[in-house]
Structures are given as structure tokens and as C-alpha cells.
Design a protein around this ligand. Structure first.
Ligand SMILES: Nc1ncnc2c1ncn2[C@@H]1O[C@H](COP(=O)(O)OP(=O)(O)O)[C@@H](O)[C@H]1O
Ligand SMILES: [Mg+2]
Length: 423
């Protein structure tokens, strides 16, 4: 498989190699990091200046890039230790020298690749690919992440409501790590829906992107009771300018490397930032209501997405505030207008939605049995489930999708605990 198709595969599967760099020499670490920054394949999760500081039992990365030159014996020891303890970890030795003896020692210690500095991006990508044996490393613990952007066809269509509640439903599964990023930088209100107190915002992370690693990202996110992590919009209006596409791309890369699901609540501006988030996600939920101004915007948006490679295929249209008894005909007509089928319908329940927002409690906690919550469960299952049980037609018809397996058990246990409202 050539490098090009490999990168395509990586992008389409959204695999990110969590990478650690170890070298005493800061200049070498910098050199490697600057090459790594050129690819989405790699996310630097940590760097160590001393081989002995490399943790014995931490959440181990996919690749360790070990510098050989500043302390060769410690580097060989580390390679040896890692190769024995974590055979799935790709070990890549790097050196300014291409001395045959050194290469042999590194390979004998357990390095799977040896790269000579300075290294070009394509050599590095090929080296890391080979070190991890990527094609068959899938499913052996390599991180994969699903990234969902939630966009809206007009202000007030309910994109934030759906983003927050879908994210908190996904976060209810303990094996998932879900983060919601509020990209509505000026007026975003995802934090209101979750009633969280946060110390850091998206602006803090993009401002410090050079220093960021996975641990720092983890510590800067606010965690809601539901298990959902939130990265809120900047506090000050002026700070919105600090968030620019390239640092955002890197922050999103780190979030993808450290979470199973990244949800992004876009602004309604379709700015360069929104477009860069759209470019790096797997799915775009474009939320609309069934009125003419919204549908006209859906048509315009779909048309403007067309020239962007891969974007149209990622879009799924979601009707919010659907009213099944009166809307069936309108739904068909609306599908004709926009030229594609709707992926899902979320029922209308204004009182409940206003309640959950005012209380800062997600639907899954306040009203797990409500139609709207069940419809969102169904959508979560169709988007992120195992693909066997998602019942698309149920969601499309506006009738709540049935509960399945794990979700059902979870939901029942929530309802049984029942200080919760039964609907
Ligand atoms: N399915 C729904 N049924 C009834 N009201 C809803 C629904 N979804 C959202 N709303 C309400 O619509 C308003 C706008 O929602 P919001 O999520 O802030 O929209 P957006 O983020 O697209 O601007 C809020 O008052 C919210 O409570
Ligand atoms: Mg909003």
C-alpha cells in the first residue's frame, strides 16, 4: 500500500497514532515534533527528556520515538524494556548517525524502525506505519475516534440542544470518553445546558497549543456529572480571535487521540473555523426545521459544501421539532426540496427542552423515558452503535426508536432509580 492510500485509509478511519518522543536533547525533540506536526496521522501525547522518566505502566502510546544520540545506553535499555513489556507498541529509533553498528543494536534491542535525522515527513510517516504494522494493528488497541460536527440551518433550530443531549447520551456508556467542543465562539451556550464550572476554554488550549499534550488537555477539560467532558467557548468576546484554524486543528487532533467521541457544536457563521472543523470530522449532523427559510438554507449549504472534497457525503440531515401527525406530507415535500432523505427526526417538546436547559441537566438524567430522549438514543445508536440494531425507519417516522441491548438495560436502570421523571 503506497503512502498516499495509507493516509487516505487513516483519514477515512480516523485512526490517530498516539506518539511519545523521548530524547534528552531538547533540540532533537523539537526537530521531531516539528515534522510530526505536519501530519494528522500522529498526535504527540507526551515527551520525555530522560529515558528513566518513561512511565512503566501508564496508558501506553501506539508509537515511541526514541532518540539514540544523547544517551545511547539508556535509549537501548528503554527500547529493550518496551519491546518486552508492550509488544504492540511501535518503537522507532532516531539518530543523526546512520552507523551500521548503532542500527543493529537498536534493532536487536527491539526497535522496529530506525530513522536518520533530519527526517522528511514522508519518511517519518512510512517509518511510523511500519513500526506499528498499521494494517493489522487495527483492533489491537489502536485509538480510533468518531468525530461528529453538529451544524444548523438557521439560528435557534436546536443544534446546541441536540449536540449536548446526544453527547451526554453517548457519555453514559462508561467505556466511552466523550468531549463536546463549543465552537460558537461568541455566543455559544453549551455550558448553560450542562451547568458546569470550567477553568479553561478553547482559547486557552489554542493559545498554548505548542505546550499541549494529552495529560494537559485532560486536566483542562470540565467534566459534567454525566461523564461528558466540555471544552467551552472563550469567556471574553475578544478572545474568540485567538482561536484560528491551525491551532484548532491541533487541539482537535489531541482530543481525537484521547477520546472515543468528539462532538463539535458549530457556530452558524460557517466561518473558516467551522469549515476546518467540518473538514476533520467523520459526520456532519445538519439540523433543520421544516419551514421554508430553513429548507432554503439547507439547499444553499449543501450546494456550498459540494466543492469541498468528501464533505457532502458526511452530511446527515436531522429534522428537529418534528410533529408526526401533521408533518408526514411536509416531510416528503421537504425531502424533494432539499434533494435527499432525512436521516433522523427529533420530536417537538418545547417545555421539556426549556426545562432541561434552565436546570442545566441533560435529557438523559431528567427525562430518560421522554419521546425526545428515546429518539436521541435511537440516533446515537444509529450513528455510533454496532450497526446491527440501529432502526433508522423508526427515527425517520418521528416515532421514538426502540431501545436496544445495552441502552435498554441502562435506561431501565435509570428509570428504576427513579427520582427521575417518568414520561
Ligand atoms: N426538539 C425540540 N423541541 C422543542 N424545543 C426545542 C427542541 N430542540 C430545541 N428546542 C428549543 O429551541 C431553542 C433553540 O435551541 P438551541 O439548541 O439553542 O438552538 P441553536 O443552537 O440551533 O441556536 C431552545 O429554546 C430549545 O429549548
Ligand atoms: Mg447554539
Amino acid at each position: 500500500m503506497g503512502q498516499h492510500s495509507f493516509q487516505q485509509m487513516h483519514t477515512s478511519m480516523n485512526l490517530v497514532l498516539r506518539t511519545v518522543v523521548v530524547d534528552r536533547d531538547a533540540a532533537i525533540r523539537r526537530e521531531i515534533k516539528s515534522v510530526l506536526a505536519g501530519t494528522d496521522l500522529v498526535c504527540l501525547v507526551a515527551e520525555y527528556s530522560d529515558c528513566s522518566l518513561f512511565p512503566a505502566s501508564a496508558d501506553l502510546p501506539d508509537v515511541v520515538v526514541v532518540g539514540m544520540d544523547s544517551d545511547t545506553d539508556s535509549a537501548l535499555d528503554l527500547i529493550n524494556r518496551l519491546a518486552r513489556q508492550v509488544p504492540r507498541c511501535g518503537i522507532c529509533a532516531v539518530s543523526r548517525s546512520s552507523d551500521g553498528q548503532l542500527i543493529l543494536r537498536a534493532i536487536r534491542a527491539g526497535a522496529k524502525e530506525f530513522l536518520t535525522l533530519p527526517v522528511q515527513l514522508n519518511e517519518l510517516v512510512t517509518g511510523l506505519r511500519s513500526a506499528t504494522g498499521l494494517p493489522d494493528a487495527r483492533g489491537r488497541g489502536m485509538q480510533s475516534c468518531q468525530t461528529i460536527a453538529v451544524a444548523g440551518a438557521a439560528g435557534g433550530v436546536g443544534s446546541t440542544s441536540l449536540a449536548v443531549n446526544l453527547a451526554s447520551i453517548l457519555a453514559a456508556s462508561p467505556e466511552r470518553a466523550v468531549v463536546l467542543v463549543d465552537l460558537d465562539l461568541t455566543l455559544g451556550d453549551a455550558d448553560v445546558y450542562l451547568d458546569t464550572i470550567h477553568e479553561f476554554t478553547l482559547a486557552d488550549l489554542t493559545r498554548n497549543v505548542e505546550r499541549l499534550d494529552a495529560e494537559l488537555v485532560r486536566r483542562s477539560l470540565a467534566r459534567h456529572k454525566s461523564g461528558l467532558y466540555l471544552l467551552p467557548r472563550p469567556v471574553e468576546l475578544d478572545d474568540a480571535n485567538l482561536v484560528t484554524p491551525e491551532p484548532l486543528r491541533r487541539v482537535l487532533g489531541l482530543l481525537k487521540a484521547t477520546h472515543s467521541h468528539v462532538l463539535i457544536d458549530l457556530s452558524k457563521g460557517y466561518s473558516a473555523l467551522d469549515m476546518s472543523a467540518l473538514a476533520c470530522c467523520d459526520t456532519v449532523l445538519l439540523v433543520t426545521q421544516l419551514d421554508l427559510p430553513c429548507l432554503r438554507n439547507v439547499v444553499r449549504l449543501l450546494k456550498s459544501f459540494r466543492p469541498v472534497p468528501g464533505l457532502s457525503e458526511k452530511v446527515k440531515l436531522v429534522v428537529n421539532r418534528a410533529m408526526p401527525e401533521s408533518e408526514t406530507i411536509r416531510l416528503k415535500r421537504a425531502e424533494e426540496i432539499v434533494g435527499r432523505e432525512f436521516f433522523w427526526q427529533i420530536p417537538n417538546d418545547y417545555r421539556l427542552m426549556v426545562d432541561v436547559r434552565n436546570n442545566g441537566v441533560p435529557l438523559i438524567a431528567q427525562a430518560p423515558r421522554a419521546d425526545i430522549t428515546q429518539s436521541l438514543f435511537g440516533m446515537a445508536q444509529a450513528l455510533c452503535g454496532d450497526g446491527k440494531s440501529g432502526d433508522k425507519t423508526a427515527g425517520r417516522s418521528g416515532v421514538p426508536a426502540p431501545m436496544f441491548g445495552k441502552w435498554f438495560k441502562f435506561l431501565s436502570s435509570m428509570a428504576n432509580k427513579s427520582s427521575l421523571t417518568a414520561h
